[in-house]
Design a protein. Structure first.
Length: 465
């Protein structure tokens, strides 16, 4: 069983298939992944905490199961990276903060436990934004990875699941798990040329995951393909395996909100528009639709905010104030300011507004199979642009502009790569994501739609060396 020299380029399911065929040893694969992390991430900016001993123990068990024909899932024996707000017994779980650097988990989170039971190898814990409170992916206090698509200008990797995304994009892990409260799986997936799934709130247990906004937090996979994301979602959500056959794009009806183009950077829109025309050429009916509920949701978020900061401050505010200088000001000030804007009455009022908006969204989008938008309205910005409070806040709101719609409207959402921006002076081509939004509980449908769309769109070459 010889490990292919180009194994970092393999999708997770392809590696699982080699294990199933007896052509790949999970132990050799895990050892190679550990070695690759030490070589390409020597300063621990992507993987904050390795779990070499645990990984190798799990890999030996996967090897034994494979020899006996007792593999537990198609991903049995495949290494996975976990965001460092997800607890793994005996390992640090920092939630991105120096204030929690000595917190050692006493148990596995339920989702991690489900992964282990399915045979996934616990490779380690990856970087995130402090308290998972930003869509940009930078963490000046703990360290964070640069976007791998620009070797000249350090760019934001997307957050808050920055390490999970860069680990997969760099070929350090075949697949990863993140969390999404306002876009924290989808933004890093889009900015790193990956697939990312925002699951329905409440569909996957949050036990053992450090919270930001318990009413909105969700767990989801980051992967190189729709099939990989679906295979991991099946494990995390305990759902039946998906059948991708039978999706006929010519029978499908999608809506693109009229307001989306106005709010999207021209370079991002150009790549997105090419992808839309490819779908039209395949027979899909795509309508530029006036969805008033989208505009009203944006207006509500712009004028009244969201409950995320208030919930986050209620959980973490006392800890933050115990030593505020250890928390990046961009996170600390935004969370405190957002929390100060809400009284109990204000929270009840905004929840009522969003409840009405969710009902309106269901009515207005009922004729469509999904609503399609660019995932992130802006390309990943240079990190140097984020040095000032004004620059940081503006870039963060721009990153979250479209993704947070799904969280506040109670939707499921999927992003997949749809191309690259055109190269321009000062930066190379940068990944662009296409986002599908559907009703709560529509993950299986979105993944099936995404698989059909994926076949039409250009594969974004990952920066794997």
């Amino acid at each position: 069983m010889t490990l292919p020299h180009d194994w970092p380029h393999f999708d997770a399911l392809a590696l699982g298939a080699l294990i199933d065929e007896g052509r790949l040893d999970p132990v050799s694969l895990t050892e190679a992944a550990i070695e690759r992390i030490s070589r390409f991430d020597p300063h621990g900016r992507i993987f904050w905490h390795g779990s070499e001993e645990r990984a190798l123990t799990e890999a030996i068990a996967a090897h034994d199961r494979a020899k006996k024909g007792l593999r537990r899932s198609p991903l049995d024996g495949v290494p996975v990276a976990w965001k460092d707000n997800i607890e793994a017994v005996g390992a640090p779980t920092t939630n991105g903060s120096r204030l929690l650097r000595h917190h050692i988990a006493k148990r596995d989170a339920v989702v991690l436990e489900r992964g282990v039971r399915a045979g996934l190898i616990t490779l380690g814990k990856t970087a995130l934004v402090e308290f998972a409170f930003s869509g940009l992916g930078i963490n000046p206090t703990m360290g964070s990875p640069d976007n791998p698509y620009d070797n000249n200008t350090p760019r934001a990797p997307g957050g808050s699941s920055c390490g999970s995304a860069v680990a997969v994009a760099r070929g350090l892990a075949p697949i990863a798990v993140g969390t999404d409260t306002a876009g924290s799986v989808r933004i890093p997936a889009a900015w790193n040329g990956l697939v990312g799934l925002k699951t329905t709130a409440g569909s996957i247990p949050l036990d053992g995951i450090h919270p930001l906004s318990p009413t909105l937090d969700t767990v989801g996979p980051l992967a190189r393909s729709i099939a990989d994301a679906a295979a991991l979602w099946v494990i995390l959500a305990r759902r039946p395996a998906l059948d991708f056959a039978g999706v006929d794009l010519a029978r499908l009806h999608f809506a693109v909100p009229n307001s989306a183009e106005i709010e999207t950077h021209p370079d991002v829109w150009a790549a997105f528009a090419i992808a839309i025309e490819q779908l039209r050429s395949a027979g899909a009916r795509i309508e530029a639709a006036t969805l008033g509920v989208i505009d009203r949701t944006h207006e509500t978020m712009d004028t009244k905010g969201t409950p995320v900061a208030a919930e986050g401050w209620a959980i973490w505010g006392e800890l933050i104030e115990s030593d505020p200088e250890k928390v990046y000001a961009g996170v600390r000030m935004r969370m405190k300011k957002g929390a100060d804007a809400y009284s109990g009455t204000a929270l009840m009022e905004i929840e009522g507004i969003f409840k009405d908006l969710r009902q309106a969204y269901a009515r207005e989008t009922a004729p469509y199979d999904a609503v399609i938008m660019p995932t992130a309205a802006e390309p990943p910005p240079p990190i140097s642009d984020l040095d000032t409070p004004e620059g940081y806040t503006a870039a963060n709101l721009g990153a979250l502009r479209f993704t947070r719609l799904a969280n506040m409207l109670g939707l499921a959402a999927l992003t997949l790569p749809c191309g690259l921006t055109a190269p321009a002076k000062g930066h190379p081509p940068l990944p662009v994501g296409l986002m599908l939004m559907g009703p709560a509980g529509s993950e299986a449908k979105l993944l099936r739609l995404g698989a059909a769309i994926e076949e039409l769109l250009p594969k974004t070459a990952l920066p794997i060396s």
